[in-house]
Design a binder for this molecule. Structure first.
Ligand SMILES: Cc1cc2nc3c(=O)[nH]c(=O)nc-3n(C[C@H](O)[C@H](O)[C@H](O)COP(=O)(O)OP(=O)(O)OC[C@H]3O[C@@H](n4cnc5c(N)ncnc54)[C@H](O)[C@@H]3O)c2cc1C
Length: 383
């Protein structure tokens, strides 16, 4: 049967759906992937750019290579999405889909916090990670602050990894004793969805590295000229260098689409990743999947990829009659870099009932190497 599958977004989730589906469908079926950026940048490797272990070109690959796998790649901006009609506008071109997958990720949006963008480095972007690396090389002053500007963001480990890696850079440069390193977090605890044991383990790691941790601090505004940040609890702090995670929002193009739910993200059936629209799926950071504990499933590549595999099988099953996909299970893993060439392996069942069942092992060289292998795999699998 020939049909037209359109995948919006060529990041972890979209590229995985498109490539896995290509392997499952007969050649007559058409798969189109739409992506505005010419290159895929692996988020996890941004931290290695900050500490100088990787150059920007090491952690990016061209999206266009997917076309060698029989996928039509359209380099363009999705301007409109009509899920009921499965109709999409890309720049000035209209696409119609028999099967539509939305994998547009999350936008980073500093606009709710006046002064934040001008005050520091948004290290969740490649440009911000490079700027932080360069600022760090020049840094001699006293106060380095890592800030999460909203309580929920992709990869809940990453800001904590960043703080520990910054400590490591300062020690390597021999200036750690001259620097006060503080982390202000909007959330009440590190990696809260993973449970109190994991949170406590991360807090212990921060304390051992003399990183002062200030949870439950929601930034209200920042003053770039005075290098000051003000929090909703009345606390103010100063900094000489600021590294921050910007608030996340669903991509602008989806705000008028009717796809978003009350959470501000796309609600999906957590087992099938179907949206409320017929033959429209969503995967990855753009989804909002509530857990029984009351918090949403974290946004991470480990989940985007697993969801994508279920969606690829599900579409193939509808088109070819092959066995349907099993429900998505949210088994996830990550490696928390703690500096000094070691990392802590975290893994568990995030659909655990009534709460996720997650363990964080002690940091080892082996886990650090496993993370490097995982990153290498993502950066070479579509070359
Ligand atoms: C610093 C950092 C460290 C991280 N570490 C880890 C880790 O160790 N482990 C882990 O599992 N996850 C990690 N993550 C999270 C992981 O990168 C994301 O969760 C994952 O990329 C989500 O995949 P996605 O496909 O949903 O979104 P993305 O990979 O962000 O892809 C979305 C794509 O949609 C495109 N797009 C958006 N809007 C439009 C539009 N209008 N038109 C066209 N294209 C558009 C974007 O350009 C983008 O390429 C990390 C992230 C960061 C920033």
């Amino acid at each position: 049967m020939s049909a037209n599958v359109v995948v919006l977004g060529g990041g972890v989730g979209g590229s995985t759906v498109a490539t896995e589906l290509r392997g499952l469908l007969p050649s007559g079926s058409h798969i189109t992937l739409v992506e505005r950026s010419s290159r895929f940048v692996l988020g996890a490797s941004l931290l290695r750019v900050i500490v100088g272990e990787r150059q920007p070109e090491d952690i990016a690959r061209p999206v266009a290579t997917l076309s060698r796998r029989g996928i039509e790649v359209i380099h363009g901006e999705v301007k409109q999405v009509d899920p009921a009609g499965r109709r999409v506008v890309v720049d000035d071109r209209e696409l119609r889909a028999d099967y539509l997958v939305v994998a547009l990720g999350a936008d980073l949006d500093t606009s709710p916090i006046p002064g934040l963008a001008e005050s520091g480095h948004s290290f969740y972007t490649l440009e911000g990670a490079v700027a932080l690396r360069d600022a760090l090389a020049r840094f001699e002053r006293k106060r380095l602050v890592v800030l999460t500007a909203a309580p929920a963001y992709k990869c809940p480990a990453a800001p904590y990894e960043a703080a520990m890696l910054l400590d490591w850079v300062l020690r390597r440069r021999g200036i750690r004793e001259k620097v006060a390193l503080d982390m202000y977090a909007a959330e009440p605890a590190p990696m809260g969805v993973a449970g109190p044991k994991v949170s406590a383990a991360i807090r212990d790691l921060l304390a051992a590295k003399r990183i002062a941790y200030h949870p439950d601090h929601q930034v209200l505004r920042a003053d770039a000229a005075q290098r000051r940040i003000e929090f909703s609890n009345g606390v103010q702090t100063s900094h000489d260098l600021l590294a921050f995670v910007a608030p996340h929002r669903a991509p602008r193009v989806l705000r008028e689409s009717g796809l978003l739910g009350e959470s501000g993200w796309i609600p999906v059936d957590r087992g099938t990743l179907r949206t409320r629209f017929d033959r429209v799926w969503a995967v990855g950071d753009v989804t909002g999947i509530p857990l029984k504990m009351g918090k949403p499933l974290p946004k991470a590549a480990t989940f985007a990829a697993g969801e994508a595999s279920v969606v690829a099988l599900s579409i193939a099953s509808e088109m070819t009659g092959r066995a349907p996909a099993g429900p998505y299970s949210a088994m996830g893993e990550c490696w928390v870099e703690t500096g000094d060439g070691v990392a802590a392996h975290g893994h568990g069942d995030f659909f655990g009932d009534p709460v996720p069942v997650v363990a964080l092992e002690a940091p080892t060289i082996g886990a650090h190497r496993a993370k490097e292998d995982w990153e290498r795999d993502w950066l070479t699998r579509w070359a």
